[in-house]
Each structure stands twice: as structure tokens, then as C-alpha cells.
Design a protein around this ligand. Structure first.
Ligand code: PEP
Ligand code: CO
Length: 474
């Protein structure tokens, strides 16, 4: 009886898959969405969980747990991003390539928040418009990989796919995907968010503390001194405002709005945190305020696009240098059929060698179509190389070249450069070469801590902010 049922269910699943694909292909995205309709599509980059029954049990448990963020906050972020479409706000999105469970500590979270707040201050001051602060934080625990396995000392191991899947140690047992890690990831995200909320609402992010965000190790550097100068000017402005009677205790002065984001990669986890809003109706993925689809999983007929088209969060899509223009247009139509401003952010990661050639056609076509898009520059992912020492790294000048070209191309095309997407940390790491202290290849091993891609350290991140500030001021 059970077998017969299974057989019938499989057959039904198969038929549903064919029907859905047919509908997606013939009627665009008119087919019915549900939070599990992605199961009828091919999902790339999913771990090979050894026991799906345990996976499903964890997903069921997660479904019962409280959401991490609320629909109202997600709507606020979308409204702010709508301003970045028209150039009335600027997005700063940044954090680890891959968050590390062992680094979910108060100092680590505080230092990352500090640099993002510093960058926001520098850019607000230069640009004269609000800066939207979005962390790659509180959920960036799952990674797509170019290969399923890697060779370590002659042994073939399953690739590390982020702490929510397996462990980075190069031993066989550590690399076996464990679905219980999704539950651990939820708990890590919850405690990270709890601290972020405390820091941003409880006075730490108050504008009159702007000088205190300068890290000790940055203070003495040219970046640190530039920052102190801005801090002093802001303090003077605040004193003036107090003198004329503006309330220093108002939320604008005492609190910062900070949002979370991660790549929506593990569809079981994302589904479990997708909830229907009790106030306005509609589905929201409450694992983070903003979710993005990576370069490797953005197939128009793939499961990730199917899942994200139905949730109301702001969505990002990574666009690499080999994009196909028609394909990008189909993606835009699938994910933002109403052309709602703030819904869609295209995160271009083209590489300093390609950007000049491949960004203009994309901008021209999007402008011609009248698409409402937040254009966000990821200058990290197409500028990675392996140093002689074997470290995966990125050079500060390459990163800066891609950013500069991003701004100049937008200005030349009459489109709006809306934001920046960085892999960065508040720590004093040596993972990217160059910058004001000119980290050289031989110094990479001094403090190379990332489990995935190389990040800008606090000083290099601040330097990026100052360089952008110079560009937007002139
Ligand atoms: C990432 O942002 O960490 C990432 C894997 O990027 P992409 O999908 O652009 O390669
Ligand atoms: Co990365």
C-alpha cells in the first residue's frame, strides 16, 4: 500500500514538474506560486544531505520557530531601496564572504557593525543623501562552490559549503553535510540579530558616538585621521543643533537603521522561514530583510528564481561578465513583473578587466526598457586571484578600478550608481593586497582568517568609502 502510494506520488510529482515547466515556458510566470513550488524546478548547489528524512525534520522544526525579521521592516527597506533607484539614497551592503559559527561573538559583530557605520557616515557626509546599511550578516552561512569536491594532499574531499552545511577542516568526516547545522545557523543568526538590534537601538550607534567607532588599529592611519576629522565636524553640527533646540534624544540621532541580507541558497531553510504577513497578506522570507540569488543559481527556469519570485522581500541578483542580455531581461521580468522600485537590485560583479566593455550594454537596455533597478557594484568576486603563496586574494587597486569604472559608466550612460557590495570585516586581517598600508603577497599569511573569499579589512573598507566620497563630491 505504502509503495503504491509512493509510486503514485512520484508519478504525480513528475507530472506536476512537467506541467509547471510547460507553464513557465509558455506563459511566463503565470503559474501558481507557493513557498514549495520551487520543488518542481531544478535546484543547483544544494548539498547532498546524506539523510533527507533528517533534513526534512529540521526544516519542519524551523517552520515552527519565530521569524528572524518582520514584514514591516522588510517593507521599510524596500521603500528605502526605491530611493536608491532614483539616486536619492545610496546602498552600502557588506560583510563576510561566509560567516563562521566560531566567530559569532560580540567583538566580531561589533567591529563589523562599526566599519559599516563608519562607511555610512563618510558617504552620507560626502553625498548628502541617506545611506542604506545592509549587512552580509546574520545568515550568510551557505556557499555555492565551483566544484563539488576538492583535492587536499591527494585525498578527494567534498567541498566546504558554509557552516550551515559542513565544516571547513580538510578531513572527510568534517565535510559531510549535516542538516542539524541549519538549526545551529538559525540560532547563530538569531543571536547575531539580537546584538545588532541592541547596538543599533540602544545608543551604541548614536551619532554623538561617531568618533568611538574608529578602531584602535585604524586611528593612527591616514584613513583613521580623515575619519576623525569628519567625526569632529559632525560633533560640531550636533552641538549646533542642540543649541538651537533640536532634541538630541530623537531616534534620528540615537538610533541607526540596519538591515540583514544573505544569499538565499539553501531552499529548505529559506522555505521554513517564509511566512505569510498577518497585516497586509503576502509572503515574506523572514530569514533576512534582503535576499540575493548568486551568479551560479540564477537560471530563469531554476528553483531559486521560482522561490524568490513569490516572496515580497527586496531581491538582489548577481550578474557576472558572461551574462546574456535576453536572459537578464527574462530574469528581471520574472522577479519584478510589476517593475516595483526597490524590489530588484542587480549586483554587477564584472571584473576590472571586463566592466568597461560589458556594463554599458546592460545599462543601455535597462534604461531603454525603463526598468526600476538599484545598480549595486560588487568589485570583489570577479577580481580574485591566487597569490604565489597559494592564498586566494584580491588587490585593492583592482577593486578600486572596478568601482571607479562602475560610477563613470553610470554617469556616462545617464543611469544611477545605487550602491556598493563588499566582502569586508572589522578585523585587522591581511586577506586582500594593497591599500594605504600596501599589504604585499608575502604578508598575506600574517592574519589570513577567512574560510572562504578574502575580505577587505577595516582600514581598506574605510579607504573604499573615502575614495567613493571623493568621486561623488566632485
Ligand atoms: C558571494 O557573494 O559570496 C558569491 C558567491 O558571489 P557570486 O554569486 O557573485 O559568485
Ligand atoms: Co564570496
Amino acid at each position: 500500500m505504502f509503495l503504491m502510494y509512493r509510486f503514485a506520488a512520484d508519478k504525480f510529482d513528475g507530472l506536476a514538474k512537467v506541467r509547471n515547466l510547460f507553464e513557465r515556458n509558455t506563459m511566463g510566470t503565470q503559474n501558481t506560486w507557493s513557498k514549495t513550488s520551487w520543488k518542481n524546478f531544478t535546484a543547483l548547489q544544494q548539498p547532498k544531505w546524506p539523510d533527507m528524512a533528517i533534513h526534512d525534520e529540521v526544516v519542519k522544526d524551523l517552520t515552527r520557530l519565530p521569524p528572524l525579521v518582520f514584514a514591516g521592516e522588510i517593507r521599510d527597506l524596500k521603500a528605502m531601496l526605491a530611493k536608491a533607484v532614483t539616486g536619492d539614497a545610496f546602498l552600502v551592503q557588506g560583510g563576510d564572504c561566509s560567516e563562521d559559527f566560531s566567530q559569532v561573538t560580540a567583538p566580531k559583530i561589533r567591529e563589523t557593525l562599526k566599519v559599516l557605520l563608519q562607511m555610512a557616515v563618510v558617504l552620507t557626509y560626502a553625498g548628502g543623501k541617506p545611506v542604506i546599511k545592509v549587512g552580509r550578516i546574520a545568515g550568510q552561512f551557505a556557499k555555492p562552490r565551483s566544484a563539488d569536491t576538492e583535492m587536499v594532499d591527494g585525498v578527494e574531499l567534498m567541498s566546504y559549503r558554509g557552516d550551515m552545511v559542513n565544516s571547513p577542516e580538510p578531513i572527510e568526516a568534517a565535510r559531510i553535510p549535516d542538516p542539524n547545522r541549519m538549526m545551529q545557523g538559525y540560532n547563530m543568526a538569531a543571536s547575531t540579530l539580537n546584538l545588532l538590534r541592541a547596538f543599533t537601538r540602544g545608543g551604541f550607534a548614536a551619532l554623538h558616538r561617531v568618533a568611538a567607532w574608529n578602531q584602535e588599529f585604524v586611528k593612527q592611519s591616514p584613513m583613521g585621521r580623515n575619519y576623525e576629522r569628519i567625526g569632529k565636524q559632525i560633533e560640531q553640527a550636533l552641538q549646533f543643533m542642540e543649541t538651537i533646540g533640536i532634541d538630541p534624544e530623537s531616534p534620528q540621532m540615537k538610533q541607526a537603521q540596519f538591515f540583514t541580507s544573505h544569499e538565499a541558497l539553501l531552499l529548505g531553510y529559506e522555505t521554513a522561514l517564509t511566512r505569510e504577513d498577518s497585516i497586509n497578506g503576502g509572503w515574506y522570507d523572514c530569514s533576512a530583510h534582503m535576499l540575493w540569488i548568486g551568479e551560479r543559481t540564477r537560471q530563469v527556469d531554476g528553483a531559486h528564481v521560482e522561490f524568490l519570485r513569490g516572496v515580497n522581500n527586496p531581491i538582489g541578483v548577481k550578474i557576472g561578465p558572461d551574462y546574456d542580455l535576453d536572459n537578464v531581461k527574462r530574469l528581471i521580468d520574472a522577479l519584478n513583473p510589476e517593475n516595483e522600485a526597490g524590489r530588484l537590485t542587480l549586483i554587477t560583479r564584472l571584473g576590472m578587466k571586463n566592466i568597461e566593455k560589458v556594463l554599458p550594454p546592460l545599462l543601455r537596455e535597462a534604461k531603454r526598457e525603463g526598468y526600476n533597478i538599484v545598480w549595486n557594484c560588487d568589485p570583489m568576486h570577479a577580481n580574485t586571484y591566487t597569490a604565489k603563496s597559494g592564498h586566494k586574494t584580491r588587490n585593492f587597486n583592482d577593486i578600486l578600478s572596478e568601482i571607479t569604472c562602475f560610477f563613470e559608466t553610470h554617469w556616462a550612460e545617464g543611469t544611477i550608481p545605487g550602491g556598493i557590495h563588499l566582502e569586508m570585516t572589522g578585523e585587522n586581517v591581511t586577506e586582500c593586497t594593497g591599500g594605504a598600508r600596501n599589504i604585499v603577497d608575502a604578508e598575506l599569511s600574517n592574519n589570513y582568517l577567512t574560510t572562504c573569499d578574502p575580505r577587505l579589512n577595516a582600514e581598506q573598507s574605510l579607504e573604499v568609502a573615502f575614495q567613493i566620497a571623493d568621486m561623488i563630491r566632485s
